[in-house]
Design a protein around this ligand. Structure first.
Ligand SMILES: O=C(O)CNC(=O)[C@H](CS)NC(=O)CCC(=O)C(=O)O
Length: 275
C-alpha cells in the first residue's frame, strides 16, 4: 500500500493545471493499491476573487470531476482531489474534498469546516475565505484498502478537536490538502501536522501548493507524509512533483496497542451548538 503526494504550483488556468496533473501521473510507481493526494485548489489557484464560485456554477467543476475519475480508472489508483469548488448556493461554494476509488467513484465528500479569515503579513494582507466559501459542518471518515481515511483541508489543521473526532470515528490516515501562506508555514506547518499525527496516532498526509502562482500569491510548499509516531517519512520542500511512502499498518497497530491514549483520555469532543 503506497501513498503519493503531488506538490503543485497551480495557476488560474484549469486546463494547464489538469495537463500538469496528467503529466505527473505518468511518473507514478507501479505498486498498487496506490492513493494519490492532490493539494488544495489543484485545478484552479490564485485567480480572480470569485474564480472558484464561477467554476462551481458554470459546470467546469463537473468536468474536473470527470477527468479525475478517468485518471483513477486509467491508472487503477485512488485519488484525494484536494479541493474542488462545488455549489453551495448562488453566492457561495463549498471547498469540497472528494475521495475517489480506483473505479473512479466518489466514496467520500468533505466540506472544509474552518475558513481562513485571517490577516497575514505576506503582501496579500487579508484573507477572507468566507466571502465566497460556505463552511462545512460534517466530520468525514471513509473506509478504504489503505485504512480508515479522515478528510480535512489546510486551515482545519489548526483545530485539533476535528482530528480527535476523526480518531474516535476510526481514522488511521488523515489527509490535509493545503495551500499554506509562507509566513504561517515557516512558523507552524511541520509542528501542526506532526502534532496531529502524534496526538491521534494517525498517518498525516499533506499535499501542498508551492511557490509563486501569479497575482501576488505565494505558498509555502513542504508536502509531507508523517508516520503515526510523528516522523516525517517523505517531504518535498520546494519543488513541484511527487513523493511516496509505503504504509506500515503493523507499526500503527503497535503504537496504539503500546500507548492506548483513547482509553486513557478524560475528554470527548463535540461540535459547537450552532453547527
Ligand atoms: O483560495 C484558494 O484558492 C485555495 N484556498 C486557500 O488558499 C486557503 C484559503 S484562502 N488557504 C488557507 O487555508 C491557508 C491556511 C494557512 O496558511 C494557515 O493556517 O496558516
Amino acid at each position: 500500500m503506497i501513498i503519493a503526494c503531488l506538490q503543485m504550483t497551480s495557476c488560474p488556468d484549469v486546463t494547464q493545471n489538469m495537463d500538469e496533473l496528467k503529466q505527473q501521473c505518468l511518473n507514478l510507481p507501479k505498486e498498487r493499491p496506490l492513493l494519490l493526494c492532490l493539494p488544495e485548489g489543484f485545478a484552479c489557484f490564485a485567480g480572480a476573487a470569485d474564480a472558484n464560485l464561477q467554476l462551481a456554477s458554470n459546470g467546469q467543476a463537473e468536468g474536473i470531476i470527470k477527468q479525475i475519475s478517468a485518471l483513477c480508472q486509467q491508472y487503477n489508483i485512488w485519488i484525494s482531489a484536494g479541493t474542488i469548488p462545488l455549489p453551495a448556493s448562488s453566492s457561495q461554494h463549498w471547498a469540497a474534498s472528494l475521495l475517489f476509488n480506483a473505479q473512479g467513484e466518489i466514496v467520500g465528500r468533505y466540506h472544509k469546516m474552518h475558513l481562513f479569515d485571517v490577516e497575514v503579513a505576506d503582501g496579500t494582507g487579508q484573507y477572507r475565505e468566507s466571502r465566497y466559501t460556505a463552511a462545512g459542518n460534517k466530520v468525514v471518515v471513509v473506509d478504504s484498502p489503505f485504512g480508515k481515511i479522515g478528510l480535512s483541508v489546510c486551515y482545519d489543521v489548526r483545530f485539533p478537536a476535528l482530528y480527535n473526532k476523526m480518531r474516535l470515528q476510526g481514522a488511521e490516515i488523515v489527509l490535509v490538502p493545503s495551500a499554506f501562506t509562507c509566513p504561517t508555514g515557516e512558523a507552524h506547518w511541520h509542528t501542526l501536522l506532526r502534532a496531529r499525527a502524534i496526538e491521534n496516532q494517525c498517518y498525516v498526509v499533506a499535499a501542498a501548493q508551492v511557490g509563486e502562482h501569479g497575482h501576488g500569491r505565494h505558498t509555502y510548499g513542504h508536502s509531507v507524509i508523517i508516520s503515526p509516531w510523528g516522523d516525517i517519512m517523505a517531504e518535498n520542500k520546494k519543488h513541484c512533483g511527487l513523493i511516496y511512502h509505503t504504509l506500515d499498518r503493523s507499526m500503527l497497530a503497535q503504537i496504539r496497542a503500546k500507548m492506548p491514549i483513547i482509553s486513557h483520555t478524560k475528554f470527548t469532543c463535540e461540535l459547537k451548538n450552532e453547527f
